[in-house]
Design a protein around this ligand. Structure first.
Ligand SMILES: [Cu+2]
Length: 268
């Protein structure tokens, strides 16, 4: 019983930092956008169906093994067809697949059709850092590099801390344009339900609506070279007022630094 309790605690304990991966994590990060909420719903639904089917098939196998074992059933039946059973095992899976396809298509459209956008942000993947541009905020543009291990400070998370975060307002439909400057990358934010390929010469688009303020962490999710594991994405979601204040502050910083090396300004 104690082992069971321990197992239960291990499997179902929720971390304090839900928007960040943690040791022995199972399952998803806490959803923080409507799309991720739907992803989680579909996942749970399909998982329940899968579990039920697996248990049903297992019970069926156990029943057959016991009921039709050689000693209990010495002369096996020679029957090869049973129309009723055949209709059942074709019809039921079809119904199950349709039941799963409907919510799946709904989710696909929810991710794909971009609602009226409140703002646009452009994300550019490079070997091996991200560049963020805010075309509607006077073309603010800066680069975001990972903080290497020897420069980490107390509380920083290894491989998931950057010098310049992508600052975004909460409760806004954010139109995200994704592209790359050199090779394939992928912009992925687990707790926001976003994963979009960054393709050189092509402009992909997606959207997100962040529901809570906080720090969200993601990583490049397309193998892009030796630095692939060292180009995390960190989003800082703030209130609308804080966002406006950040825009003003950043514009001043950029103006002071003609060559647009904002990354340097911020860490000095
Ligand atoms: Cu990459």
């Amino acid at each position: 019983m104690r082992i069971l309790t321990l197992l239960f605690i291990t499997l179902f304990s929720f971390p304090i930092l839900a928007n960040t991966p943690y040791d022995w994590q199972l399952g998803f990060q806490e959803p923080a956008s409507p799309v991720m909420r739907s992803v989680l719903e579909l996942h749970d639904f399909v998982l329940i169906m899968m579990t039920a089917i697996t248990i049903f098939v297992l019970l069926l196998i156990i029943y057959v093994v016991i009921r039709f074992r050689k000693s209990a059933n010495p002369t096996p039946s020679k029957r090869t067809h049973n129309a009723f059973i055949e209709i059942l095992w074709t019809g039921i899976p079809v119904i199950i697949l349709i039941a799963m396809a409907i919510p799946s298509f709904k989710l696909l459209y929810q991710q794909d059709v971009i609602p009226e956008a409140d703002m646009t942000v452009k994300v550019i993947g490079h070997q091996w850092y991200w560049e963020y541009q805010y075309p509607e905020q006077d073309d603010i543009s800066f680069e975001s590099y990972m903080i290497p291990d020897d420069e980490l400070e107390e509380g920083d998370i290894r491989l998931l801390t950057v010098d310049n975060k992508l600052v975004l307002p909460i409760n806004k439909n954010i139109h995200v344009l994704v592209t790359a400057g050199d090779v394939l990358h992928s912009f992925a934010m687990p707790s926001l339900g976003v994963k979009k390929d960054a393709v050189p010469g092509r402009l992909n688009e997606t959207w997100m609506n962040i529901e809570k303020t906080g720090i969200y962490r993601g990583q490049c999710s397309e193998l892009c070279g030796t630095g692939h594991g060292y180009m995390p994405i960190v989003i800082e979601a703030v209130s609308q007022e804080d966002f406006i204040a950040w825009v003003t502050e950043t514009k001043t910083k950029l103006a002071m630094n003609e060559k647009n090396t904002f990354a340097k300004v911020n860490t000095e």
